[in-house]
Design a protein around this ligand. Structure first.
Ligand code: UDP
Length: 358
């Protein structure tokens, strides 16, 4: 039995291709959902659209502080994994769910495979950085999305259990983007797609105001599927009405992945603080303004595909606006290709077999 442990939106997107590939190869699997994302449009829609079966168990461990959520997830997982005794646990990305899964499975001596191993922002004030480090060190097999991540793992002495598979989100992206209904890549209007939810950009009122100021200065329509955390923070800081008055900003509810791919594929620019979306921008052909000065996707930053900026620094904002003004859609042939060939799931299953983990 292979048990996948997931809890939030990007993890459902990463789970789909590996689940299907293991299924094609006849492996018995189940899914444990930590309950971190529970809204219909943050969770259920992804299972439906991506054809993943409903989780066998939902731990309902979402909410509260990092420690509370991690602890509740660990307690729930300890019971489930002790009962189920899986042969392998698969973890995804860098969330508290992943951290809880790594610590719990390791203590129960269950082998662990980590999907999206190795990215580092080199800053422990970023809440996910600790989760990445601990999970990579406790896992038995590490799947890296790019060579930079693989090199990070080698530097930390983890090279022997690491392999480069490419980004599994690219598998999912292609499975949607290549559907006939999606294939016409026409840019019908001048739009910028925005996502905004990191703790660093939502915990402080002044920071949120700076981001709203910047959006108001962009010379395009900005479509923002608003993350529930961001909506709540805007409300709590009394900024939601002000955001609604920004004439070029259209805030919509979070969208499913099919709609998200359609939006990204028609945008001329993506404004985000999401690690996943900033990488996907290179698949979709829209350059990316990244609202944090963290070490994300180094190859894309070096190529000036991703431009990082500080929304609270006037000079940095000016540069960001200049980058936004120039950004145009990039043809398929000219997009950067650092994240594999869209067959990451196949490589993962092969590697799991080679190492006798399944
Ligand atoms: N996404 C989506 N609908 C939305 C916003 C994002 O399907 O309304 C997708 C996005 O394309 C990416 C993933 O969700 O694949 C990123 O999720 P999020 O930004 O929550 O996580 P992060 O990448 O920051 O870990």
């Amino acid at each position: 039995m292979i048990t996948h442990i997931v809890g939030n939106r990007p993890q459902f997107i990463k789970l789909a291709p590996l689940y299907h590939e293991l299924e094609r190869n006849g492996y018995e699997q189940n899914i444990i959902h930590s309950g971190q994302h529970y809204d219909e449009n943050m969770s259920d829609v992804f299972f439906e659209e991506l054809g993943i079966p409903a989780p066998a168990v939902n731990l309902l461990a979402g909410g509260g502080s990092h420690a509370q959520m991690t602890a509740r997830t660990m307690v729930g997982l300890e019971k489930e994994l002790s009962d189920q005794k899986p042969d392998l646990v698969v973890l995804y990305g860098d969330t508290n769910t992943t951290l809880a899964g790594a610590v719990t499975a390791a203590k129960l001596c269950i082998p662990i495979a980590h999907v999206e191993a190795g990215p580092r922002v080199h800053d422990k004030t970023n809440p996910e950085e600790c989760n990445r480090i601990v999970t990579d060190h406790l896992s038995d097999l590490l799947f890296s999305p790019d060579t930079v991540s693989l090199q990070n793992l080698e530097r930390e002495g983890l090279g022997a259990k690491a392999c480069m598979t490419g980004d599994i989100m690219y598998d999912t992206y292609l499975s949607i983007a290549e559907r006939p209904t999606q294939s016409q890549e026409t840019q019908s209007e001048d739009i910028i797609v925005m996502t905004w939810h990191r703790q660093e950009n939502t915990a402080d009122r002044g920071r949120m105001e700076s981001i709203l100021d910047l959006v108001g200065k962009l010379e395009s329509k900005v479509i923002c599927p608003l993350h529930p955390r961001t909506r709540k923070c805007l409300e709590n800081f009394g900024l939601l009405e002000r955001a609604k008055r920004i004439s070029n900003l259209e805030m919509i509810d979070p969208v499913g992945y099919t709609e998200m791919v359609r939006l990204m594929n028609s945008a001329r620019l993506i404004l985000t603080d999401s690690g996943g979306v900033s990488k996907e921008s290179s698949y979709a052909g829209a350059k990316c303004l990244f609202m944090l000065e963290l070490d994300v996707w180094e190859d894309l930053v070096r190529d000036h595909w991703i431009h990082k900026f500080n929304p609270e620094n006037a000079a940095s904002v000016e540069e960001a606006l200049f980058f936004a003004k120039k950004a145009q859609r990039v043809a398929l042939a000219d997009r950067p290709k650092y994240y594999g060939d869209g067959h990451a799931a196949k490589k993962m299953v092969q590697e799991l077999r080679n190492r006798n983990l399944i």
